[in-house]
Design a protein around this ligand. Structure first.
Ligand code: NAP
Length: 495
């Protein structure tokens, strides 16, 4: 047990109480393979209890003026700031990402707290002219009620804040099921919510597996919105179940993100951007770069620079500040990466570096940063999400071909182009069909006040973060106020 982790066994957080569950399972540090905490495996009963508490709390919370609701988020932001280093270290222990990136993720949550707190004084609706005299017309945002959020292990705190903060400032109550792999950030965030003065029952955390707790949330009649981030397989199942119940569902799923490197690009900058976005978080980011679409004229020079930089990617425990690449979350993740490397070789791509499990002395799950070249756009390693430190170079002959290859996958999350040609910059930002586009930067690095999410197979049209997140957690209400003192019939009594 480390000094940062305060408890041996986590409890659910329901109606402001910490409640034991009958069954628990071990959570491992992916860098060392050591147990760090036991997490509850809750069931339908705990979900029902949390929803009942949330329903009751939400009625009162919705009546608290939004600027006062926002005060809780300001306090959240300040408390998260005070606890930033401790939170970051715990995050590294449960998720494995290197400390520098863990600090970045916690900072993202802090930014989201202050940004969404500001929404407490906006939550803008519209006033609009009415078509009849002495009549007033507005549209306003209303809370939906009880909302369910289901989050993945790869950003255990940032994604939770992208969802819970807009939901709460808009007057909803939340049931949150974090990934079983990374429950400590949920425990810490729930404690901070309580300290920040959030009324009991407005946020409830129910730990447990997706197939039991997640599924119970998806099927609960009183949860009117499901906001999910995770894999496409799970997202599709959830969407089908929500569709049957006419339940609103927001899905943020996988990616197959590409960096385009044109022949006029600053190659040093491009190589830095590729290394950071392909191997940061060991490639376990939904926005990770896993394809490099490179102009054939600069392919050899780019390969050279990438190989040189990859020599400096130290692998190990992310708590050691000299380490650049941390572990893979678990053995299943590691096996999936191994399989894709074999597929890449069988398909005829050339392995330039890596391609192996990294055998350190730590006992965790590590994979060496891996570079393929001469991949074709239709190979499986160019089409399917690998979710590990594996990147494939795909040579192209022109800008038009680069755009076509970028767009020729089922996902649409993030893309990037390195070029100095201003015309190409504008053409690319128009023609790349992803929800996020970077110019002269890698595929990662979203800021919380812009909409985050993707097109095509990455999502279903909703966005996390940005003011757009409020659309997931609010309903629009149109209000007509007639102050003429007589019956006025719309479309009929027009003078
Ligand atoms: P996952 O297996 O789909 O799990 C995500 C969450 O869903 C976990 O909390 C999981 O619970 C839960 N879950 C699993 N089965 C469920 C079910 N039948 N009903 C309800 N909930 C269920 O995904 P992951 O492997 O953790 O996450 C990696 C994926 O997330 C990648 O594809 C990545 O690209 C994507 N991602 C997307 C974004 C984005 O914004 N687009 C951001 C980050 C990650 P348990 O695991 O506890 O069982």
């Amino acid at each position: 047990m480390t000094t940062f982790i305060e408890v041996d066994t986590l409890k659910n957080y329901i109606a402001g109480n910490w409640e034991e569950a009958d069954k628990t399972t071990a959570v491992m540090n992916p860098a060392t393979g050591e147990e760090i905490v036991q997490v509850p495996l809750s069931n339908q009963e705990q979900v029902n209890k949390a929803v009942a508490a949330a329903k009751q709390a939400q009625r009162k919370w919705a009546l608290v003026p939004a600027p006062q609701r926002a005060e809780v988020l300001y306090r959240m932001g300040n408390l998260m700031k005070e606890n930033k280093e401790r939170l970051s270290r715990i995050l590294t222990m449960e998720n494995g990402k290197v400390l520098e990136e863990a600090r970045g993720e916690v900072q993202e949550g802090i930014d989201m707290a202050f940004y969404m707190a500001g929404e407490g004084r906006r939550l803008f609706g519209q006033t609009t002219p009415a078509e009849l005299k002495d009549k007033f017309a507005i549209s306003q945002r209303c809370p939906v009620g009880v909302v369910g959020i289901i989050t993945p292990w790869n950003f255990p705190i940032a994604i939770a804040t992208w969802k819970s903060f807009p939901a709460i400032v808009a007057g909803n109550a939340v049931i949150w099921k974090p990934a079983t792999e990374t429950p400590l950030m949920a425990y810490e965030l729930a404690k901070i919510f309580a300290e920040a003065g959030l009324p009991d029952g407005v946020l409830n955390v129910v730990f447990g597996s997706g197939s039991v707790v997640g599924d119970a949330m998806v099927h609960h009649d009183d949860i009117r919105v499901i906001s999910f981030t995770g894999s496409n397989d799970t997202g599709r199942q959830i969407a089908a179940k929500c569709g049957q119940q006419l339940k609103k569902v927001s899905l943020e799923m996988g990616g197959k993100n590409a960096v385009i490197v044109m022949d006029d690009a600053d190659l040093e900058l491009a190589a830095e951007g590729i290394i950071w976005s392909a191997f940061g978080t060991s490639g376990q980011r939904c926005t990770a770069c896993s394809r490099v679409i490179v102009h054939e004229n600069v392919k050899a020079k780019l390969e050279e620079r990438l190989l040189e930089k990859m020599k400096h990617l130290t692998i190990g425990n992310g708590l050691d500040e000299t380490i650049k690449v941390g572990p893979i979350i678990n053995e299943a993740g590691l096996n999936k990466i191994k399989r894709y490397v074999e597929i890449g070789k069988e398909e005829g791509a050339t392995l330039l570096a890596g391609g192996e499990v990294w055998q350190g002395e730590l006992g965790g799950n590590f994979f060496s940063p891996t570079l393929f070249t001469d991949a074709t756009p239709t190979m499986r390693i160019s089409q399917e999400e690998i979710f590990g430190p594996v990147v494939s170079l795909i040579p192209v002959k022109s800008f038009a071909e680069a755009i076509e290859v970028n767009n020729g996958v089922s996902y649409g999350l993030s893309s990037s182009i390195f070029t100095k040609d201003v015309n190409r910059v504008f053409q690319a930002q128009r023609d790349l069909d992803t929800g996020i586009v970077y110019v002269n930067a890698g595929t990662t690095g979203a800021e919380i006040h812009l909409p985050f999410g993707g097109t095509k197979g990455t999502g279903n049209g909703h966005r996390d973060s940005g003011v757009q997140a409020l659309d997931v957690f609010t309903e629009w209400k149109a209000v007509y106020i007639d102050y003429s003192g007589k019956l006025q019939r719309a479309q009929i009594d027009i003078e």
